[in-house]
Design a protein around this ligand. Structure first.
Ligand SMILES: [Ca+2]
Length: 436
């Protein structure tokens, strides 16, 4: 798992040592079943206390010897235990990655790769929804990413092309009444003067067109099933075991809930990147602070999903997303690592806020998030000026119309997160357990 090349790279970067990688992986394993914000070394301390209490009738000499042995073990076990625990539980956390999978690289593909590169995660499938690009172009980018990074055993399942209700005509009417929406994802560039923001994104095209990909066209094919039915099938197959990660608009999940309302309760939890509370793009105007792209694309879907009864919801909003981004220097360091995944990110990655990656990281290792709050959250679905803006309440004030309490990460351990991302990209592409 920790190849020589990987370790050599780690030593070049003073920030990233093989020792701390082991410590980190231990934290990942131990945090799976623990409340959030526990220190990584707490499990070992707990073991000592429990064992000591059980043996308080032993002779003092024996007890002293035992304590000495335990201290010795505690001093030397954590690293070896960490190295043994990760491979011992391959695929023990099941996830469906629902994503508007723009490519190549970008926050969308890079977030997917964080799951695929995590040894203790079984990715049941990647369900694709239009958002940053149209669905079929995103499906192609995802399939090609899987080929280039050695993850060809992961199903890619096409989902919704259009939002439930939102359409170009509605957006044009909204803009005529209330002002311009600068970023419109797949609809960007549909009229003169609307930039595509990236030379790789080409010209505007309709959903039925899939241009040739800059990273090469895939030979892999998507699954024949649709995203909603795939989600339904998986949560029934693994009740209360599947995390649904949503890094894009929530159309696929809303469709699944609409067909089968049991979906939310049968899932283990919902992890979302979307929405905004006070967040504004750094350097941007403080207008429409609660309007964020993923939620804006399909507000009705957001309402359906956030008013469904999930065991747990975490929503990573832009407020925290804009606190960390990739830089050209950071990508250049990743490009030096000779693993397929690092080469892919190194070749196609660019400066960008790590919106979707951060939402993944908080699930993989909750200690990445150092502060979070709980709010009741919904979205304005009235077709007025605030259509698509986040609604938020504290406990005593919410209207009780089905809105759920969600966890909102607010602060992060930035260095730990950036190191985590590099470490995951540096791993070889592991074979994945397949149980579906
Ligand atoms: Ca996304």
């Amino acid at each position: 798992m920790f190849s020589q090349k990987r370790v050599r790279f780690a030593s070049r970067l003073s920030l990233f040592s093989a020792f701390s990688l082991n410590r980190f992986r231990f934290a990942m394993v131990s945090n799976r079943t623990r409340p959030q914000f526990k220190k990584p070394d707490n499990p070992m301390k707990t073991k000592v206390m429990t064992f000591s209490n059980r043996n308080n009738n032993l002779h003092c000499g024996a007890l002293a010897a035992l304590m000495f042995s335990l201290l010795f073990l505690v001093a030397f076990l954590p690293l070896s235990a960490s190295a043994q625990q990760s491979p011992a539980a391959p695929g023990s956390r099941k996830v469906i990655i629902d994503q508007d999978a723009r490519g190549p690289a970008t926050t969308d593909q890079q977030a997917i790769l964080m799951f695929l590169q995590s040894a203790n995660v079984e990715t049941l499938g990647i369900t694709v929804v239009s958002g940053d690009m149209w669905r079929d172009e995103e499906v192609a980018h995802t399939l090609r990413m899987l080929e280039l990074t050695g993850h060809t055993d992961i199903p890619v399942v096409p989902g919704a092309i259009y939002p439930l209700i939102n359409r170009l005509e509605l957006i044009d009417r909204w803009e005529a009444l209330y002002g311009k929406v600068q970023y419109q994802g797949a609809w960007n560039g549909h009229k003169p003067g609307m930039g595509m923001n990236s030379p790789w994104r080409g010209k505007y095209h309709t959903p039925d067109v899939v241009p040739d990909l800059i990273e090469g066209n895939p030979t892999l094919k998507p699954a024949a099933e649709d995203a909603a039915h795939f989600i339904i099938r998986m949560v029934h197959q693994y009740p209360h075991q599947v995390t649904i990660y949503a890094g894009g608009p929530l159309t696929n999940i809303a469709q699944a809930i609409s067909i089968d309302p049991q979906v939310s309760e049968l899932a283990q939890e919902l992890v979302v990147m979307g929405g905004a509370i006070m967040g504004v793009y750094p350097g941007g105007p403080p207008t429409q602070p609660r309007r964020e792209f993923n939620f804006w694309w399909d507000p009705e879907a957001v309402h359906m999903v956030l008013t469904a009864p999930w065991p747990r919801i975490t929503v990573t909003t832009v407020d925290i997303s804009v606190k960390v981004r990739t830089t050209k220097a950071y990508i250049a360091e990743i490009a030096k690592i000779q693993t397929p995944t690092a080469q892919y990110v190194g070749k196609y990655g660019d400066e960008e806020f790590m919106w979707d990656e951060l939402a993944v990281a908080g699930w993989l290792d909750p200690s990445i998030i150092t502060k979070q709050s709980k709010y009741f959250m919904d979205i304005d679905i009235s077709h007025t000026a605030n259509y698509g803006s986040v609604l938020l309440w504290d406990e005593p004030d919410h209207p009780g119309l089905g809105e759920q309490q969600v966890n909102v990460p607010e602060e992060l351990d930035k260095e730990k997160f950036l190191k985590m991302f590099v470490d995951l990209m540096a791993l070889p592409s592991a074979a994945h357990p397949s149980s579906h």
